[in-house]
Structure formats: structure tokens, C-alpha cells
Design a protein around this ligand. Structure first.
Ligand code: ADP
Ligand code: MG
Length: 398
């Protein structure tokens, strides 16, 4: 079998992992959590690491719930009006170590004083100390794709280092499937089978979910994602990045009927958002020739119109998917689920059609470590174990 040499960055993580974890104390702490918890069977304890785009995030799932979660934003991209891949990887590099320390400390698995005392110890000695001791974590789950390759590699390298250092299994997680499984972090959990509309900055997908490991993509975007459409239109209006929340805020004060844009017709359950973006661009170019301040003067109405168009496209396909599948349990995932207009419109449609809707807490809709830990626990419990040969993949197949 082909063996991949352990890179230097991974070796560094092994040393870090070995000196920082105090298994005895961690076990005791998890035990206490256990005593406070319900009588339900204890599932796997999984550390989840996410670094696919511009959020460095990690969380610990203790078998029943998330006991610690942290996320580090990367403000650096704001000044460029979008994510700069190279800057994202560098920011992940500087965030990931303190972030994971913080998660482990929040969960009570790390004794900071002990970690400081041990920091002078050699990796070899630290590894020897760990041998035979039962660390309270069952597996390390990490996003393996899709995403920015440089960003994914930071999380993957770190996760491999931890897995080697702690002698724990590595579990690779598909980022988009984890967005769907975020619905199982906190109740109410949707019953199987259900439909999930995942709308984020990089993806727009309609998924039929029969079980945690049985999901089928019914339709997806052929070009831009819904979040990308928000962000690109916002940029044309001179709004800061990320534009989705800005459009959402301004749309609340605008008239959605004043400006509407051309929407492309896509076959079946697929989406397309690039036509809307082009239509907004031509319209603004034309109006700005007459009045350079046009966008500023009509900002709220423009935002309301753009948002209404995006929502109409999303809900039209969702309604068709419900009709086709007969499923009336409908879930929303991804960063765009934060959109107030979308939430309102979905609630009205659901009431009218008799659907039951599910939207995770906002922190679990945008990219987060909790969904990776939760998805990792499902995969680990189903027997998935990945080797050190696991690759980060930018365009990971479903
Ligand atoms: P990705 O996984 O692609 O990085 P996330 O799931 O983190 O995306 O979501 C980020 C996207 O969500 C961005 O495109 C952002 O503009 C969009 N977004 C966040 N909040 C809102 C909102 N309130 N309305 C519309 N879009 C939003
Ligand atoms: Mg995402």
C-alpha cells in the first residue's frame, strides 16, 4: 500500500496535540457532563474542524450535544470585496491552533496550567506519556471538501496531526452534507425523509434526505450560488462584503414591487442566478448614465426587489420539489437561511401549503464546526475511518 510521508506541519501538530491534552482530567469532565445529561445512550465524542472557506471553526460533540464551539471570522477579506484564497489559508494557519485550544479548554479537556508546564517537553516524550492513556475523544472529524484547497489543507493537516498525536481515528466530512446534518445538532429534528434547501455563499442545492447517510441531490445551481447573487448584487450597489446581510437589512425598508429583474427559467429543479446579476448590472448602468446617484437614491427599493427575486426563485423550486417528492417536511440550511425575507416568505408558504419547516440556529446555518462534529459522529458511528492518505478536495463529488 502507498504510504504518504507525514509533512512537517502535521508533525508540529502531533507535538502540540501530545503536550496539550490531559486525558485524565478530560475524561472526568466529560463524565460530569454525562451525569447531568439525560439517560439516553451515549454516542461518539467527536471534535469537528471546519476550514473550507473563510471561517476557521471547531466544536466538540459529546455524544448528545455540542459542549463547546468556537469560530474565528476573517475580516481581512472585507477590504477586497470577496474572499482572497491565499489570505484565507494564512488566516486559518494563525487561527486554528488557539481556536482548537479554546474549544478543548471550554469543554474542560485541557488544563492550561498543565499545558504550559509541558510545553518544553519534547514531542517524543509527550507521545510516550500519551501511550496507553485513553483520551476522551473518539474521533477527529474534518471537512475534506468542497471548498478552497489552501483553506481545506490547513484543517486537514491539523486534523491529521491531532489524529496521529492522540492515536484517534480521522473522519473526513463532506461540507455540504454537514450543512444538512446541522439539523441534528439541536431539536426539533426533522423526521426522515425530508427535503433540505441548502443556500450558502458557494452552493445552492435541493436535497432529499432519507437518512443521515442517504441523501440525493434533486437540483442545484448551474452557475452562481444564492449567497453569491446577494453578494455580487450588493457589490454593484456599493455595499460592503458580505452583501447578503446588508441587502437583507435595507430590503426591510424598501418596496419590493418597484424594481424587479429578469429571472432565467431553468429546467427541472436546477437554479441559475447569474442572469439576475447581469440584469441588475445592465439596469444600473442604464440608470446611472442618467443619474450617477441613482443607486444611492433608491437603495432600499433596489435591495427589496433583488431580494424578492432571489427568494421567488428559491421558493419556486422548493415548491416544485415538494410537489414532485410528496415530502412536506422542509428544512433550510446554509448562510442565506439567515435572510429575514426568506424566512418570512417560507413561513407564509408553509402555512398555506401545510408544510412543517426546520431552520437550525443561525450559528449552525453559516459555516461552523458543530455541523462537522455532528456529521462526523454519524459517520464514525456508521463505521467510517479514514487513513492518513485522505485528501482535501476542492471540488468534492457528492
Ligand atoms: P459558504 O459555506 O459558501 O462560505 P455560508 O454558509 O457561510 O457560506 O454563508 C455565507 C453566505 O450567506 C454569504 O454569501 C452571505 O452574504 C450570505 N448571507 C448571510 N446572511 C445573509 C442574509 N441575512 N441575507 C442574505 N444572505 C446572507
Ligand atoms: Mg458553507
Amino acid at each position: 500500500m502507498k504510504r504518504t510521508p507525514v509533512p512537517r506541519s502535521v508533525a508540529r501538530c502531533i507535538a502540540v496535540a501530545a503536550v496539550q491534552l490531559d486525558p485524565a482530567q478530560g475524561m472526568q469532565h466529560l463524565h460530569q457532563l454525562d451525569m447531568r445529561g439525560s439517560a439516553a445512550a451515549q454516542g461518539a465524542v467527536v471534535l469537528g474542524i471546519e476550514s473550507s472557506c473563510d471561517d476557521t471553526a471547531a466544536a466538540l460533540w459529546d455524544g448528545r450535544r455540542i459542549v463547546a464551539q468556537r469560530q474565528a471570522d476573517q475580516d481581512i477579506h472585507r477590504q477586497y470585496g470577496g474572499v482572497v484564497p491565499e489570505l484565507a489559508s494564512r488566516a486559518h494557519q494563525s487561527h486554528i491552533l488557539p481556536l482548537i485550544h479554546a474549544v478543548l479548554a471550554d469543554a474542560g479537556l485541557v488544563d492550561h496550567a498543565l499545558a504550559d508546564a509541558l510545553s518544553g517537553e519534547s514531542p517524543k516524550a509527550a507521545m510516550a506519556r500519551l501511550q496507553g492513556s485513553a483520551a476522551p475523544i473518539d474521533a477527529i472529524a474534518v471537512t475534506r471538501g468542497p471548498g478552497l484547497l489552501g483553506s481545506l489543507l490547513v484543517g486537514m493537516g491539523f486534523a491529521k496531526g491531532l489524529a496521529l498525536g492522540w492515536n484517534k481515528p480521522l473522519v473526513g466530512v463532506h461540507h455540504m452534507k454537514a450543512h444538512v446534518l446541522a439539523h441534528f445538532i439541536e431539536p426539533p429534528f426533522p423526521p426522515f425523509p425530508f427535503l433540505c434547501l441548502t443556500v450558502s455563499g458557494g452552493h445552492t442545492q435541493l436535497v432529499r434526505v432519507d437518512a443521515p447517510m442517504a441523501m440525493t441531490v434533486l437540483g442545484q445551481t448551474r452557475d452562481d450560488a444564492a449567497g453569491e447573487a446577494f453578494d455580487k448584487c450588493a457589490k454593484m450597489l456599493g455595499l460592503p462584503y458580505p452583501g447578503g446581510p446588508e441587502i437583507d437589512r435595507l430590503a426591510g425598508e424598501g418596496d419590493p414591487e418597484r424594481f424587479r429583474f429578469k429571472k432565467p427559467e431553468m429546467p427541472e429543479l436546477d437554479f441559475s442566478f447569474s442572469g439576475l446579476k447581469t440584469s441588475v448590472r445592465y439596469f444600473l448602468d442604464k440608470e446611472r448614465r442618467r443619474d450617477p446617484d441613482f443607486a444611492q437614491k433608491h437603495l432600499a427599493d433596489l435591495c427589496a426587489g433583488i431580494q424578492a427575486d432571489i427568494i421567488a426563485m428559491l421558493l419556486d423550486k422548493l415548491e416544485r420539489a415538494v410537489q414532485k417528492s410528496g415530502l412536506k417536511h422542509v428544512a433550510l440550511a446554509g448562510g442565506v437561511s439567515a435572510n429575514a425575507g426568506l424566512r418570512g416568505a417560507l413561513a407564509r408558504l408553509a402555512a398555506e401549503k401545510g408544510w412543517t419547516t426546520y431552520i437550525p440556529a443561525l450559528a449552525h446555518c453559516t459555516d461552523n464546526g458543530a455541523m462537522i462534529a455532528r456529521a462526523g459522529a454519524f459517520l464514525y458511528e456508521a463505521g467510517q475511518r479514514d487513513s492518513m492518505d485522505l485528501q482535501a478536495t476542492a471540488r468534492l463529488a457528492w
